[in-house]
Design a protein around this ligand. Sequence first.
Ligand code: SF4
Length: 712
Amino acid sequence: MTPETKMETKATCPYCGVGCGVLIEHDGARITGVRGDPEHPANFGRLCTKGSTLHLTARPETRLQFPELRDTKGEARRRVGWDEAIDVAARRFADVINEHGPDAVAFYISGQLLTEDYYVFNKLMKGLIGSNNVDTNSRLCMSSAVAAYKQTLGADAPPCSYEDFALTDCLLIAGANPAYAHPIAFRRIEDAKAARPDMKIIVVDPRRTDTAAMADLHLAILPGTDIWLYNAMLNVLLWEGQVDQAFVRAHTEGFDALRDHVREITPAVAAEICGVKADDIRTAARWWGEAPAAMSLWCQGLNQSVHGTHNGAALIALSLATGKIGKPGSGPFSMTGQPNAMGGREVGGMANLLSGHRDLANPEHRAEVARLWGVDSVPEKPGLTAIELFDAMHEGRIKALWVACTNPAQSLPEQERVREALARCDFVVMQDAYRSTETAPFADLLLPASTWGEKEGTVTNSERRISHVHRALPPLGEARADWRIVCDFALALGPRIGRNDAARLFPYASPEEIFAEHAATTRGRDLDIAGLSYALLDAHGPQQWPFPEGATVADATARTRLYADGRFPTADGRARFVVPTGRLTAERADARFPLRMTTGRLRDQWHGMSRTGKVARLYNHVDEARIELNADDMATRGIRSGELVRVKSRRGEVVLRAAASDEIRSGQAFVAMHWGANTLNSAGANALTLREFDPYSKQPELKHATVQVEKA
Ligand code: SF4
């Protein structure tokens, strides 16, 4: 490559929800390097270990490059052309729909997809096929945060921005380990602490993670006890006169009921339940109450719980009760797990949502979307959410499944049952960039999708910022853009199910046309981006929503923080306090399964490792699957560090290497979520987890299961 042929293309990192900008270095044929985009406001040029090794993941031998089909289960798949692949997919789906109805098929998609891909999947299912059975791995990620925001603030709109880290006086990090999971956001927190050492950082986490290690106060609560902690903090705030009564009266509803609920939840009561000191709870409450600006930051530790929605609502209540929301350095802030879970939510890409943050349960919203799409109606019946969908497939009610850009045979809980469900499904399509995911053996049809470096579209990061992702290279082999695969399928399926309007519904020649339609559907909504276009994003860089028609970049920049006027997107403009309900955890430890296993991320791996697992240097931090245990629990069982142990739950077992850890208290264990059949020769942590879920968000409790550990 000569210096003249070296090119750089703007994109974003496809891993976490920080949404860092990257510059892809290439020569037009190969990706040769990557560096942080110094102009991107999410990272200003910084990248973590995962982002800075992205170019090493662009390996053709790991990619799915051609469609592959098998006629019957058990036989080897053979290479076929795209025309045959799409024709077979359309025929098999149409046969099921015509014989069993539209609810006998389902789509399970991904927060890794670009917004345009998400949009057409959603329109395909809800506008053409006539079912709401389209759900996504965002169900495992952010659905509890979505439900919490909607129950309290009235809309799925995280109010803070990354710049608030530098402006807050008290940061409460709850159920999150940004040092590993969102490293570039964590760098900002470290910078803020270095610049203003008086800023207080409180971390709530059962483990003493690297994030907890830098905190001024670490509350190592027992798993599942979050609500009691935040309710006790509110009790202290009330008792010590730190509640902003004027704000509560002017801008909220329901405070009296929550006040009565927390009256008996004193620090002493919560200390007993949470397993922390009452004085530490008082200290946390005082720091929050006395800080001129206070903000919370949360992630899967709160979301992946059978009371994930109320975990979030209890945390948000601290912001509302003290009036610390909509102001610099103040407010609740959920970090998005995946790179585009926000974009997926914006287009309504889940079983209970509709385009533009509309609700399926709302008849007016259904009518609006039908009008926008030019269809008679959007089906009323709620779609199956992730766990329900695989349960229905296990029972034979879902007969054709389309999986796109996600790996349910690794990432869903209770893996044995998930794999049984996939094996029982008559026809499984897998649309993916990689050929060797754990889900691939279950697929009857593999469709090769383009991936990072080959795709154009948009993503939205955790702070509501939309970036235009550019394509550096053409797709590898015969791979196609996800949106195009969906449109080709829609055109082939429509006439077979009596819908001759497919060509009118899916006329797109480019992702830009899809973005323009999506932006138009948001007009007048809380996330209004009718004023955004690819051209504007290219001219002015990534922008936060809302960005309505006629807005300027300066207007949007001034709106970086939502609810500054104290008005919330509820019917009366007032936020709501929620009285929480719920068990501690779905499973309780007992004599047979006495250890409480939590799950989480490693610093250098991502999800099921289909991308990061290809980079040798990303194993330098942790090189194999292991279970971390407290030294006392190991001694009790006669286990030494480095020995293989059998880890059993009520649902399955795995063999892992034991590692002594002083980050974990006795009675607990930790297993990273990443390892699966391809790296472990077993289903990993999700052989052990259970599929019970939160009643509002339907998000499963992936964070906690009780286990026993014995020498292998
Ligand atoms: Fe990618 Fe997240 Fe790392 Fe940024 S912090 S480089 S988005 S993995």
